[in-house]
Design a protein around this ligand. Structure first.
Ligand code: HEC
Ligand code: HEC
Ligand code: HEC
Ligand code: HEC
Ligand code: HEC
Length: 474
């Protein structure tokens, strides 16, 4: 028995390769177990721990095992050569299960083998789970900082990245992993795009993602939105815009009206545009009765080419359901409404906007710039107030800094408006107006309506509470 162990140990240790492999596998195995236990009982949120435990160490472990096998084979070869030059021994070991020693040896080796297999299988499963986790997608590589930040404040912050970005089934899974490998290469060679380009051309089709939770025929009626805005005057006057969105729906009843008409399962809207889907050339509608109509734009020289063809789905309007970047006015008005930014600081809206929209090369530079802009403004223009309300001013500075670092990422060239929202029409050509535009005409002369009332009723536009009350009294 002792001799057998000695033989086994000999083959592990006598050849340098085998010995190295044993050390490698042993150390990696030990670390894997330790870090695994730490990961299970610990509260560590570090993505790096996961990368090491479930990706790096198992790889090292397998390399160790391979080296051991090579070592054993070398050792065997050497022994055979020794035998060839004199000693006579059976070519293959004789396994006699009646022999106690052989049985014990086999059981021991089998035990080790099984343990190694379980260890490997677990770490592989955990590894795959891990690269699919939000934590990995969002934080393992700092390039994703903008998307991760913008994701965490969305209504979908509990939906997993992979649920929208990776399709079900083996081929999608492998495709995603291969594209992941390409991304890691781009990352290590520093050749990735800054900012990460949008739109995502291989996003899962909306019917397999959004529609898992939202049923397109369920929309009905109108939805009133009250949008609170502030003016850039000394009092930061609060105003309200009230619009009633024609959300529409009604497909259950066989007709389709309003905004969600485009996603009625009985019809299709196709369009051709440039890569960015911002500049539309041509729109084809196939109506429920099978008839169709093509709306064309007079394309001038210098207009971007039509490289992208697409069937309209949720993402063509809701392109920011998850990665929500605010515009500077939206962000500042939001914190003013919540009272996080004190409305009684004169001109805080105007000055806040000026401070956060200046050009900064990094978050640190922005923090400094915003602080000196705001404190400088009050020290110069309202010295008494500046002395009296240092606390409110400091809080305002911190709030504005927070707005900046969660919406603008200079290291990724993500600035205000880099990722524009198509749900609406900021600017005269964006969002809905990409198609709802007098530039388009069908052969029969019909146009795509851009009538304000088609999509919403405007009840009040930037009115103060007093003005709205007057309207109601009338
Ligand atoms: C509810 C669905 C959904 C979830 C969950 C989701 N995304 Fe997205 N993602 C989208 C959509 C929609 C787009 C924009 C696609 C377009 O316009 O073509 C997008 C775009 C992106 C982009 C391209 C840059 C951009 O902003 O357009 C990246 C990178 C990205 N997502 C990463 C992530 C990461 C990382 C997570 C998890 C932390 C995640 N996504 C979770 C739907 C989702
Ligand atoms: C896993 C389920 C799930 C998936 C997948 C999902 N959503 Fe949602 N979505 C929700 C839930 C739940 C809410 C309500 C969240 C809340 O109000 O806090 C919501 C809210 C919304 C809202 C309303 C947001 C608002 O501000 O009122 C829109 C629009 C929306 N989702 C669009 C989409 C689109 C587009 C997709 C596909 C890219 C999608 N959702 C995928 C579950 C999902
Ligand atoms: C033509 C553009 C467009 C398309 C396509 C579209 N939506 Fe919408 N959706 C809107 C608009 C506009 C609103 C109203 C926004 C608001 O009220 O703030 C809306 C509202 C919603 C809401 C909130 C409804 C409510 O009553 O609170 C959900 C959820 C939603 N859409 C999901 C989807 C899903 C899922 C799809 C794809 C099947 C889809 N939308 C396709 C434009 C669109
Ligand atoms: C890719 C092009 C495209 C985009 C983007 C688009 N639409 Fe449309 N929309 C159309 C077409 C085409 C029609 C039908 C025109 C026709 O049949 O005369 C239409 C029709 C409509 C209708 C009338 C539906 C009915 O009741 O018959 C509404 C409402 C509407 N769109 C709202 C919106 C809103 C809101 C947005 C932006 C959030 C938007 N659309 C974005 C192409 C588009
Ligand atoms: C094709 C559909 C469509 C047409 C046509 C349209 N809008 Fe809109 N509009 C929208 C959508 C969608 C939103 C965003 C709704 C939301 O966020 O809830 C919006 C938002 C608005 C807002 C609120 C913006 C804000 O955040 O303060 C105003 C004001 C507005 N529209 C005015 C107009 C006027 C004026 C016209 C006519 C010249 C017009 N719209 C035509 C679809 C349309």
């Amino acid at each position: 028995m002792k001799e057998r162990y000695r033989g086994f140990l000999a083959s592990l240790t006598r050849s340098p390769i085998g010995m190295f492999g044993t050390m490698l596998a042993g150390a990696a195995g030990f670390m894997m177990i330790t870090l695994f236990v730490y990961d299970v009982i610990g509260e560590s949120e570090s993505p790096y721990l996961g990368i090491i435990t479930y990706m790096v160490l198992p790889t090292v472990f397998v390399i160790g095992l391979v080296l051991i096998v090579i070592g054993i084979r070398r050792q065997t070869k050497r022994r055979l050569e020794a035998q060839a030059s004199g000693e006579i021994a059976p070519e293959f070991p004789v396994i006699d299960l009646n022999d106690d020693r052989v049985r014990t040896w086999l059981l021991t080796a089998g035990g080790f083998g099984a343990a190694a297999a379980v260890l490997l299988a677990t770490s592989t499963i955990k590894g795959v789970e891990y690269v699919d986790s939000n934590e990995f997608c969002g934080t393992a590589c700092h390039v994703m900082e903008p998307e991760w930040t913008a994701y965490q404040r969305s209504p979908h912050a509990r939906v997993h990245c992979v649920d929208c970005h990776v399709g079900g089934g083996a081929s999608n899974f492998i495709q995603a992993k291969l594209s992941g490998v390409r991304q890691v290469i781009a990352l290590t060679t520093n050749s990735y795009n800054r900012p990460i380009p949008t739109p995502v051309h291989n996003l899962r089709p909306a019917r397999t993602t959004c529609n898992e939770c939202h049923w397109p025929t369920r929309f009905h009626g109108d939805r009133t939105r009250v949008i609170t805005r502030f003016r850039s005057d000394s009092a930061n006057t609060e105003t309200q815009t009230i619009i009633v969105n024609n959300v529409g729906g009604g497909q259950e009843a066989g007709v389709s009206v309003g905004v969600h008409w485009h996603v009625d399962p009985n019809l299709e809207v196709h369009y051709r545009s440039d890569e960015s889907r911002e500049f539309v050339h041509e729109i084809e509608t196939i109506y429920p009765d099978g008839s169709h109509k093509i709306f064309r734009r007079q394309v001038a020289e210098g207009d971007p080419p039509a490289e992208s063809e697409r069937t309209m789905d949720c993402i063509d309007c809701h392109n920011r359901p998850t990665h929500v970047y605010l515009l500077p006015e939206e962000a500042v008005d939001g914190v003013l409404r919540l009272g996080v930014l004190s409305r009684d600081l004169p001109f805080i809206r105007r000055e806040g906007l000026a401070a956060i929209t200046a050009d900064y090369a990094s978050h640190d530079e922005a923090r400094e710039g915003i602080a000196s802009h705001i404190s400088g403004f009050y020290a110069d223009s309202f010295p008494a107030l500046a002395a009296d309300r240092t606390h409110a001013i400091d809080e305002a500075i911190a709030t504005l800094q927070e707005i900046f670092v969660t919406n603008v990422f200079p290291q990724m060239n993500v600035t205000w408006g880099t990722y524009s929202d198509h749900l609406g029409h900021s600017g005269m050509a964006g969002g809905c107006f990409r198609c709802h535009n007098v530039a388009f005409e069908a052969e029969d002369g019909s146009k795509i309506s851009a009538d304000c009332e088609l999509c919403h009723q405007i009840v009040a536009y930037e009115r103060t509470a007093d003005e709205i009350e007057l309207v109601v009294e009338e």
